[in-house]
Design a protein around this ligand. Structure first.
Ligand SMILES: O=C(O)C1=C[C@@H](OP(=O)(O)O)[C@@H](O)[C@H](O)C1
Ligand SMILES: C=C(OP(=O)(O)O)C(=O)O
Length: 426
């Protein structure tokens, strides 16, 4: 039977300090680079959720030693080997970061995942791997399932990729490139979304001693060893979005603990975006504090660099005092679900008027009404529904378990936000 979550409605302002689990994107990168390094690495406070569990399982299947030490993960590189089968679930990070690692293995590696994974675009990565000299069998689909025929080495060199559908194509190739014979001299064709995520990749590699340089058209990675590194993973600032949004919706106050002073995470943009919607934002000794002022304004914003924040921001727009226009996010049609279509359906169901643009949404708030919404197997659609439910009594979500992708205990944390401010801990 389908589980249905009735999201809690908050008549009172929330007031909470929230500690959030580690970043999905940073954990995925740390695992991959540690797996290719010259010795063992420790990850402190990594994310433990479906996407990162799948990455751990995939790397183990290739011969990497990964063990838990309490909450930490210890990564011990080994000889990468096939044959192996990888379940990427619905994780874009596994879909795009694992194949370049598989290309370094000695044998075929077959990758598949959830039914929706087979719809997620991946021609850019597959063509990029082929340009690096790797044989990939994909039946001409440019998507999963496919088999990477690893031979133990990858030529690399001068490569042009189409990253218009996902920045992860670029990140995936860069992450493994120091282990390619010639490294990589990567030119990005077409407009690439999510630039901060590539900057995160470059920063991760640099921290591991890899020589990465930005060029006129992309990035170069020199061939060479990858230094092992122990690191503390930052909290996930994209998953902070619904919690911070709760302050705006209820006119309350939410602090996210351990907010990094400097970061490549796209969630950092919330510090500038939320004030445009009516919040006040302040860095306190605890972290980043967002206060609702009672006002919630619509916004016109290009979200091309921070696409994964769109569902929660769109939910805020539906509760605002005026219309919004969110653009730059055509690539969201290839995310966990077609997020522009899903947001259109969800926001319309609760009373907003929505117009889909080729690359975004126009949202005009309307008389609010209760509705049962779908999760679309998308963690961020559940977050968006939770934000709507704070202001609209009777919002329900079918299959809220989609949150397992990056925050398995999201619904408990959300309940604690309203009832037990001190209890919302890591
Ligand atoms: O590299 C990463 O960790 C990510 C890059 C972005 O992908 P796209 O460029 O496909 O949007 C982002 O949306 C995704 O959630 C995580
Ligand atoms: C797009 C997302 O995930 P993925 O890494 O699967 O692409 C996301 O988390 O918003």
């Amino acid at each position: 039977m389908t589980e249905v979550w009735t999201t809690p409605c908050s008549p009172a302002p929330v007031d909470a300090v929230v500690a959030l689990p580690g970043s999905k994107s940073l954990t995925a990168r740390a695992l991959v680079v540690a797996a290719l390094a010259d010795g063992p690495s420790r990850l402190v406070r990594p994310l433990h959720a479906r996407d990162t569990d799948l990455m751990v399982a995939a790397l183990r299947a290739l011969g990497v030693g990964i063990t838990a030490d309490g909450e930490d993960l210890l990564v011990v590189p080994g000889v990468l080997r096939g044959p192996a089968t990888v379940d990427a679930g619905l994780a874009g990070t596994v879909l795009r970061f694992l194949p370049p690692v598989a290309a370094l293995a000695t044998g075929p590696v077959h990758l598949d995942g959830d039914p929706r994974l087979r719809d997620r675009p991946n021609a850019g990565l597959i063509e990029g791997l082929r340009a690096c000299g790797v044989q990939v069998e994909d039946g001409g689909r440019g998507r999963a399932p496919f088999t990477v025929h690893g031979t133990g080495s990858v030529a690399g060199g001068v490569v042009t990729v189409d990253a218009s559908e996902s920045s992860q194509v670029v990140s995936g190739l860069l992450l493994a490139a120091a282990r390619f014979e010639r490294g990589i001299d990567l030119t990005v064709a077409g407009a690439m979304p999510s630039l901060p995520h590539v900057e995160m990749t470059v920063a991760t590699l640099t921290e591991h001693g890899v020589a990465v340089a930005e060029t006129a058209g992309g990035w170069q990675v020199a061939p060479g060893p990858i230094a092992a590194l122990d690191r503390v993973v930052e909290p996930d600032l994209s998953n902070a979005a619904p919690f911070l949004a709760a302050a705006l919706v209820t006119g309350g106050r939410v602090t996210v603990r351990d907010w990094p002073r400097r970061t490549t995470q796209p969630g950092a943009h919330l510090e500038q975006l939320l004030p445009r919607m009516g919040a006040t934002v302040e860095r306190t000794a605890d972290g980043l504090q967002v206060r609702g002022t009672g006002a919630l304004h619509g916004v016109t914003a290009d979200l091309g660099e921070i696409g994964e924040l769109t569902p929660v921001l769109a939910a805020l727009c539906a509760l605002a005092d005026g219309p919004s226009r969110l653009t730059g996010v055509a690539h969201l049609r290839g995310h966990e679900t077609d997020r522009l279509q899903a947001l259109d359906e969800v926001l319309t169901a609760v009373g907003a008027q929505v117009r889909q643009l080729p690359d975004g949404l126009e949202i005009t708030p309307g008389p609010r009404r209760a509705a049962q919404l779908e999760s679309y197997a998308d963690h961020r659609m559940v977050h968006a529904a939770a934000v709507l439910g704070l202001a609209i009594e009777g919002v329900r979500v079918a299959d809220p378990g989609a949150v397992a992708k990056t925050m398995p205990d999201f619904t408990d944390r959300w309940a604690a936000l309203l009832t037990d401010p001190a209890g919302v801990t890591r």
